[in-house]
Structures are given as C-alpha cells and as structure tokens.
Ligand binder design. Structure first.
Ligand SMILES: [Zn+2]
Length: 307
C-alpha cells in the first residue's frame, strides 16, 4: 500500500502525549500546530488510567478509527486538530507501579492492571489506533529501587506480552519504547511478530544506525524526534542520515525532548508544532527536501496503521 499520486499529505506527529498538557494549554498548542500545518498526533498510551483521562478530557479532538483506508483518509482530512489514541503499559510506569516494597515484581498488582487494560480496550475499541507504549527500559534511574535489573525486565516482559495479545486480537500495530535494553527489545519484537503482530514502530529511535536495516527487514518503522536537532546527539543524527525511507517516521514526543530550533534556542516544553522543525532538520541532514519527507512521513504513518 502506498500513497497515490492524487492523495493529499497530512502532517501528523507520530508520537506525542496530548494528555500531559492541561486542556487550556492544549487548546493553544493545537492551535499553534494547525497554524503550521500539523493536523494531528498519535497520542501514546502510558497506562489504563491515563487513557481514561485522555478520553474524558480530550474528547473534542479524538478521532475514531475507521475500518478502511478511504474512511480513514476522510477522517484525517476533516477540519480541526485530531488525536489518534493508543493504549499502553509504559515500561517506566511499570517500574514504579509494579514494584513491591522489597524491590520485587508484584505479580498480583500486574494481573489486576492487565485486567483493567483489557477492560478499557474492549470498551473503547473504536478509538484505539495502536497498542503501546510498551517495551523495555533498563536505564539506571528506572532500575533504581528494584532488587535487580532482571526482576524489572520480568515485569516489563509481562506487560509487553499483554500488549502483544491485544495487538494481535485487534489487528493493531505496536509502539515500542526501548532504552538501555536494545537486545532484549529485538528478541521481544521477533517474538511479537511470530505471534501475529502486523507491524511496530520504535519510537524515539536511539539504537545503532546499522540496526535500522534490522527494522526494515521486519517491515517496522523507526520514529525520530527532537533529539536529531541536538548538535551533540551524534549517533541519532547518524541514524536519521542512514535511515531507509520506508522505515522513517517523525515525532515530537511532546511535551518531552524539545528540539533545538533553527535560531539556536530550545523551548522549555515540546509541542506538536515543532514537528515542522524536526522534519526541517532531517531534510538538512539527509539532503532531501522537507516536502518530500512530509510525504514519506504520512505514507509510512498510513502503512504503520495498516491502511
Ligand atoms: Zn512517549
């Protein structure tokens, strides 16, 4: 499936956290995004209660997921700013929510949360566009408080497998978060694909540039955000330069990881409008036009969604 000649290109931020904004802040932020041509964002899932909050407070922007490509293009092209919700069990949330007092994996809490996660999924199936964030984070601040890294990875594996189950049941793609656990992520992605997950994106890709081919062979995507604009982020800047076009997506991860803008200043808080600056920076690094990269982003976003 690809974008046909006469189809429009929409500028979509493929990873942001809309509900991390207050509603008044979001109204302004969505307005600034629209003014620069950014018309929506995939809103990454963190937890079932965060998903409840998104549905309750951001209903004016939420786009239901249609069954086919034509309807989906019609919905995405309708006026206003759109949020595409995802439901996930974020590996960093797990680190604080599923840790017992002695730093072990509290399986009874995990099972109760998994039940609530599936309950939300079944109740709100019509507005879920992707499953995640899910994945592995073994960075030192996340491991802190656990009796060992393996204990935390066991908890993250439990969450990952539940996200895989949901993605297979609903035929939805996975949003992967991976930090300081790339090998573990690769094994888990292979397991997910073997179980029938259709595709995945590694959001805020920070793995080795050479592994972009590994993602390409699996039909997955690597999403690049504001980090590519940081002058000292050598590995990620190398990654965006080498990334095959059919793997490429662009995100902001708003409100986190603000980019360095063309005038050299870095805003305190990231927001979807800065997707334009991320793509402009990628255009310079890849020596490709920003117009072309906007089209690549949308074409790949539709492929990621299965349309
Ligand atoms: Zn995120």
């Amino acid at each position: 499936m690809s974008l046909r000649e006469n189809e429009p290109v929409y500028l979509i931020d493929t990873h942001a956290h809309s509900d991390a904004f207050s509603v008044p802040e979001w109204i302004e932020s969505a307005g600034r995004a629209l003014a620069r041509g950014v018309s929506g964002n995939l809103s990454a899932g963190v937890w079932w209660d965060q998903f409840d909050h998104l549905l309750a407070e951001f209903s004016d922007w939420i786009l239901p997921r249609p069954a086919n490509r034509e309807k989906s293009l019609e919905f995405i092209g309708s006026s206003g700013y759109h949020i595409f919700p995802a439901l996930g069990l974020h590996p960093m949330e797990i680190a604080s929510r599923w840790r017992s007092v002695d730093g072990r994996f509290d399986t009874s809490r995990a099972e109760a949360d998994a039940e609530k996660f599936f309950d939300r999924a079944r109740k709100h199936r019509n507005v879920i566009w992707a499953v995640g964030e899910t994945g592995f984070d073994a960075s030192s601040s996340v491991v802190a408080g656990w009796c060992g890294k393996d204990e935390l990875l066991d908890a993250q594996t439990f969450a990952f497998r539940n996200c895989v189950r949901l993605a297979v049941e609903f035929g939805l793609p996975l949003i992967i978060h991976s930090r300081s656990a790339w090998k573990k992520t690769q094994d888990a992605v292979d397991e997910a694909l073997a179980q029938g997950v259709k595709t995945f994106m590694v959001h805020c890709y920070g793995g080795p540039p050479s592994d972009l081919r590994w993602i390409e062979r699996r039909g997955g995507f690597a999403s690049f955000g504001g980090v590519i604009t940081w002058p000292d982020a050598h590995r990620v800047r190398q990654g965006i330069t080498e990334c095959p076009a059919d793997v490429l997506l662009f995100e902001t991860d708003s409100p986190d990881l603000p980019p360095v803008l063309a005038d050299g200043h870095r805003p305190l808080k990231n927001e979807p409008q800065f997707l334009c600056d991320v793509i402009d920076c990628a255009a310079v690094l890849r020596q490709q036009s920003a117009v072309e990269l906007r089209a690549v982003n949308f074409k790949n976003f539709m492929r990621f969604l299965g349309f």
